[in-house]
Structure formats: C-alpha cells, structure tokens
Design a protein around this ligand. Structure first.
Ligand code: SAM
Length: 227
C-alpha cells in the first residue's frame, strides 16, 4: 500500500506533466537543479538500502561483455561509477535532466572519464545516434507523470536498445508493475528476469528485458542507426 507522502509525490509530478512536453522538461530541469542544491540529496553514496539495490541490480545483469551502456537518471554518478568498475571495457553514457547533478557526476567518475560521457537530457525526448547494448533506468520513471509521457519515455528506453540488448529497470514494488507496463507490452522485448525484494522498508523490483535479435558488435554501424 502506497504511503501518503508517495501519493502526494506522484500527484505533484503528474500535475507537472499536464504542461506541454517542453514546459514539463523545463520545470523538471529547474526542480532537479534545485533539489541537487546540496550534494547527494538522496544519500545514494552512503545509504545502505541504496547500496543493496545497486548490488542487486548488478547481480541481475546477464553475464556477457557489453560495449555501450546507458544509465538514465544518473544523478551524481554513484551507480555510474559502479558500472564503470563492473564493465571496464564498455563506453558508458549517463543522462540526467539536472545540469547540477551532472557537474558532480563528472567529479565522481573522473577516473573513467575517457569512456564515460555525461549528458543533460530528458528521457521523454532522448534519442541517440548510436544504440546501446545495456540500458539502466532506476528510480526515474515516476517523475514523468501521466500515461502519455510514461508511454513516450518507455518508447525512448526501448528505442535506443540494440538487437539482443538488455534493459534493466528498477522501481518500487508493486508500483513497478504500473511504471513498467509499456515496456512489458512491447513485443520486441521479452522479460527474462525479475527480482522483487519485499523484505525491506521500501520493497523494490529489478526487471530485466532482452531485445529480440542476436547481439551485434556496436563498433560497426547498424543499418538504419537507432530504431
Ligand atoms: C531518485 S534519482 C535516481 C538516481 C539513480 N538512478 C539511482 O537509482 O541511484 C532520479 C534522477 O532522475 C533525474 N530525472 C528526473 N526526471 C528526469 C527526466 N525526465 N529525464 C532525465 N532525468 C530525470 C533526476 O534529476 C534525478 O537525478
């Protein structure tokens, strides 16, 4: 059962999503810049619950080499840095709507700078010239608000996946069922795993999807680029 603060939180972001797509993006950018006015507002770098979620998430990723990894809603780069250690050969892109968060992420991932790009972007409109073979989206989809925006954001997530690519989504449980529904119903994807941890104060789900098709080398251009 959702708690009152979470119900109010979702209602607030649903109201923002009644704006035009551009207006919503602008309000969210300002809001999350303000939210990041002091470092690590969610204590992602130190909170035990967040560390458990990160470890669980990494443990659900099918073991194979990945060449290009995208993290959506990377905030200050706490998980991005873990990704860089777990996949030292991969190029990694972190996107976030907050410029201020990305400035801190840049400091955090400095050591792996050469292969980590941090880009200000809105998931509702994000597009990439090159696909990714591993995409993460954690604790971000409930900010996009209404049905139509969630559908668009979900289409962006699946649209940047390469054939055979893997998408990992992490959100509170059971709300994840609502947030992941458009990806669940995308016929180009199959859900290959789901881990629900209901034994914490805030249950969460890690859902893993695989895009149809054989994995391809992303060092070569795909015909037609990103779908
Ligand atoms: C709760 S934090 C989650 C950070 C990270 N994914 C994690 O799980 O540790 C959510 C992040 O999503 C970003 N965000 C919110 N709406 C976004 C949007 N429409 N596009 C891109 N990033 C967004 C926020 O700026 C914030 O940094």
């Amino acid at each position: 059962m959702a708690q009152f603060p979470e119900i109010m939180h979702r209602a607030f972001f649903r109201t923002i999503s009644l704006l035009s797509q551009r207006g919503q993006g602008e309000v969210l950018r300002r809001y999350f810049d303000w939210w990041h006015r002091s470092p690590d507002p969610w204590r992602l770098g130190s909170d035990g619950y967040e560390q458990l979620k990160y470890a669980t998430t990494l443990g659900q990723v099918p073991a194979r080499p990945y060449e290009r990894i995208l993290e959506v809603g990377c905030s200050e780069g706490v998980f991005t840095r873990l990704l860089a250690s777990a996949h030292p050969q991969a190029e990694i892109m972190g996107i976030d709507i907050s410029h201020r968060a990305l400035l801190r992420a840049r400091d955090r991932v400095r050591e792996s700078d050469a292969r980590t790009a941090l880009v200000q972007a809105d998931i509702v409109t994000f597009a990439s010239g090159r696909p990714f073979d591993l995409v993460f989206c954690a604790e971000t989809l409930y900010y996009v608000g209404r049905h139509d925006r969630l559908r668009r954001a979900s289409a962006r997530l699946t649209g940047v996946l390469a054939p055979g690519g893997v998408l990992v989504m992490v959100h509170p449980w059971p709300e994840a069922e609502r947030l992941h529904r458009f990806v669940d119903s995308d016929r180009a994807l199959s859900r290959i795993g789901q881990h629900v941890n209901a034994a914490t104060h805030r249950p969460f789900s890690v859902a893993v999807y695989r895009h149809a098709g054989e994995p391809v080398s992303l060092h070569d251009d795909l015909p037609g680029g990103v779908r």
